[in-house]
Design a protein around this ligand. Structure first.
Ligand SMILES: [Zn+2]
Length: 61
């Protein structure tokens, strides 16, 4: 079952519709890092951000 992380749950923009999908947390973190950089200007993915992201990853229904 794929996992999903919604940007609005961790990002600065509560209306952002970006969703990262993958089979593993690593896949999702990679997508989120790329998205955060291009869409939100976040150059540095901090440990706090990674932790927040990991806590919000859910299995897709
Ligand atoms: Zn976003």
């Amino acid at each position: 079952m794929p996992k999903v992380l919604r940007c609005k749950h961790i990002g600065p923009d509560k209306h952002c519709l970006f969703e990262a999908r993958g089979e593993t947390n690593e896949e999702i973190l990679e997508q989120v890092a790329a998205h955060a950089k291009t869409e939100h200007g976040i150059e540095q993915v901090t440990e706090e951000l990674v932790e927040a992201a990991l806590s919000k990853i859910v299995e897709e229904e």
